[in-house]
Every structure is written in structure tokens, then in C-alpha cells.
Write a protein that binds this ligand. Structure first.
Ligand SMILES: Nc1ncnc2c1ncn2[C@@H]1O[C@H](COP(=O)(O)OP(=O)(O)OP(=O)(O)O)[C@@H](O)[C@H]1O
Ligand SMILES: O=P(O)(O)OC[C@@]1(O)O[C@H](CO)[C@@H](O)[C@@H]1O
Length: 304
């Protein structure tokens, strides 16, 4: 079983405004409320690709109920711990550019945190835990460490998509996959990377620090897959970008979906890139059929 963990889910409130005025009254030309949070996005794409999974994490209040209802409407299996405070609302303002305002998230009490840790008791060898997104401030930056410990104790694998210290601390525990974008890689090592060669050098450092596979996404400029010995590059399919929110999560979901079906690393890379781009070219997360359609446009080359 694949479990996605979203410690800080959200309703993504997508708001479109024309001729945005900073100090004035703006009227929306369109709005959309979507269940959000990185692990939840991974679950939704896995589900659309026909990969069974369970979404877990913390949900609370009327916003939490909305998120859970949306997931149930898509027949996604869930196991969220109920918390006292409301799940956050993240604003995604589209005004020609994309401006994001993400909430802090609810306070999680220790007994609620413990309840989530207990869910890991069901993990077993062959299971994969996908840990994605920010940690609510009340949980503290060590919480991912506690989840990883629980995961490894049961012989399961984990994927982690987070930034900074939380990511660095996870690497020695050998994550199956990490997926920084090239900006996150720059921040992680406090460097400025001028081309794909330099990006690959720093991506490799994550392998040296323990990651089993590294995907570096570069938005419209393609992606790299780094394994123990090899470096692969993929182009991105052609299309008109509508929404980049969740493109990275879709990429992880696509990769894990193919990989867990035993299709091998390169097919996983191809599905990952196609999933990211299909979401970038869609209003919401991509439909499964669209991802499949874009797969044939992804060319993978191996570097010498
Ligand atoms: N402009 C684009 N054109 C085509 N594909 C894109 C574009 N932007 C993103 N993608 C696809 O989505 C993948 C992930 O995108 P990106 O590098 O922006 O990740 P990210 O920064 O983690 O995304 P997110 O916006 O979800 O945080 C890319 O590798 C690519 O396949
Ligand atoms: O605040 P975090 O947890 O870093 O990111 C949360 C978020 O921006 O990530 C997803 C897109 O990747 C959105 O659905 C959600 O709003």
C-alpha cells in the first residue's frame, strides 16, 4: 500500500482577478475551491492513474470536512486524524502571475500527533510512505523524523518532498526518492546554479547524502533523474500553462505510480514528467487520460 502523509492540508482557494489593484477593490472573474496540500495532491493523481493509496494526516473543522468530502467523492481512501482547529485555506491568486499565500495551519496537540504515529503501526515491508509538504509550526521540525523512524521500523520505504533542514535530516535514512526543484537545490546548498550540468552536480550530492533516487524538476526546462551511476534528462511536452500549483506533486505521484507497478525507473521518470506537465496544462490536477496521452511526448536521454 502507498500512504501519503499531509501534515498541513488546505483548501486551495484559487482566485482569478484581472488588472489586479494592490490598494483597491478587486472583483474575482473566477474562483475555485480545491482540496490541497502536497500529499493530498499526490493521492489524487495516484488515484487518477489507478494506483491504490491511502491519504493520512490531520484535518479539522469545516475546512477539514470539505477536504475529506472532496477526497471521498473521488473514492480516495482516507485515514485522517481529526484535530480541534480548522484546516487552513491557502490563497492562489492568479493575476497574470501566480501569487500564493499559504496559511500557518492549525495547532496540533500532542495526543493528535501520537494518534497519527500510531497509524504507522499498520505499515509493512513493501509499503511506501510519501511525506509531503510543510509541517504545522506546533508539531516542530522533528516530526518528519518521528514518522521516518516509525516507517523504517516496519521495513517500509519512504519518499520525502520537503525543504531545508527537514530534508537534510531525512537523507541519511535513505529515502526512495527526493524531488527538489532547481531553486530548492540552490537554497539547500546556498549556491547559484547556472546550467543543468551544475544542477546535476548538486543533485548528486543528495545521492551521496543517502537518497536512492533524485528527481530535479526545472518547470518548463525539463527534469533530471539521478541514480547511483547514471544521469538522465527529460524534455517536457508542449502545452499552454494554466496552473503550476501541484505540478511537482503530480510528478512524484506519476513516478511512484509507474515504479510501484514495476515498470522500471525510466518509465517512472516518463510518467512523472508527463504528470507534472499535464497538471501544469490543466485548471485542477491533471486527468489520468491526459497524463497517458502526454507520456509519448517525453523523450529521455542518458548523459555520457
Ligand atoms: N511551464 C511548464 N511547462 C511544461 N511542464 C511544466 C511546466 N511547469 C511545470 N511542469 C512540469 O511539472 C514538473 C514539476 O514542475 P516544477 O519544476 O515547477 O516543480 P515544483 O516547483 O515542485 O512544482 P510546484 O509548483 O508544484 O511547487 C516539471 O518537471 C514539468 O514536468
Ligand atoms: O505550505 P506547503 O505545505 O509547503 O504547501 C502547500 C501547497 O502550496 O502545496 C500544494 C502544491 O504543491 C498546494 O496544494 C498547497 O496549497
Amino acid at each position: 500500500m502507498i500512504y501519503t502523509v499531509t501534515l498541513n492540508p488546505s483548501i486551495d482557494y484559487i482566485v482569478e482577478v484581472q488588472d489586479f489593484k494592490l490598494d483597491g477593490l478587486n472583483r474575482m472573474t473566477r474562483d475555485l475551491k480545491l482540496p490541497g496540500g502536497k500529499g493530498i495532491n499526490v493521492s489524487r493523481i495516484l488515484n487518477r492513474l489507478g494506483t491504490k493509496n491511502t491519504a493520512v494526516g490531520f484535518l479539522g473543522g469545516f475546512t477539514g470536512r470539505y477536504v475529506e468530502e472532496c477526497l471521498q467523492a473521488e473514492a480516495i481512501q482516507t485515514g485522517f486524524v481529526k484535530v480541534q482547529q480548522d484546516t487552513r485555506i491557502n490563497i492562489k491568486l492568479k493575476h497574470g502571475e501566480e501569487t500564493e499565500i499559504n496559511g500557518l495551519g492549525p495547532v496540533i496537540r500532542e495526543e493528535e500527533a501520537e494518534e497519527l504515529l500510531h497509524l504507522l503501526d499498520d505499515l509493512k515491508q513493501g509499503d511506501v510512505l510519501v511525506l509531503s509538504g510543510s509541517v504545522p509550526p506546533s508539531l516542530g521540525e522533528h516530526f518528519y523524523g518521528r514518522l521516518i523512524e516509525g516507517c523504517l521500523k516496519h521495513g517500509a520505504e519512504f519518499v520525502i518532498d520537503t525543504t531545508g533542514t527537514a530534508l537534510m535530516k531525512a537523507l541519511p535514512h535513505k529515502p526512495l526518492l527526493v524531488k527538489p526543484n532547481h531553486h530548492e537545490l540552490e537554497e539547500l546548498f546556498d549556491v547559484s546554479l547556472k546550467d543543468k550540468k551544475e544542477i546535476a552536480v548538486y543533485g548528486r550530492k543528495l545521492l551521496e547524502l543517502g537518497a536512492q533516487h533524485v528527481l530535479v524538476s526545472m518547470a518548463g526546462d525539463g527534469a533530471l533523474l539521478l541514480t547511483g551511476t547514471d544521469t538522465y534528462e527529460a524534455n517536457v511536452p508542449a502545452g499552454k500553462v494554466k496552473n503550476s500549483v501541484g505540478a511537482g506533486d503530480s510528478m512524484i505521484a506519476g513516478f511512484i505510480s509507474s515504479w510501484s507497478a514495476g515498470q522500471g525507473l525510466l518509465e517512472a521518470f516518463r510518467t512523472g514528467v508527463a504528470s507534472g506537465s499535464a497538471t501544469a496544462f490543466s485548471d485542477d490536477l491533471a486527468a489520468g487520460e491526459y497524463i497517458m496521452e502526454l507520456r509519448s511526448q517525453v523523450q529521455i536521454t542518458q548523459w555520457n
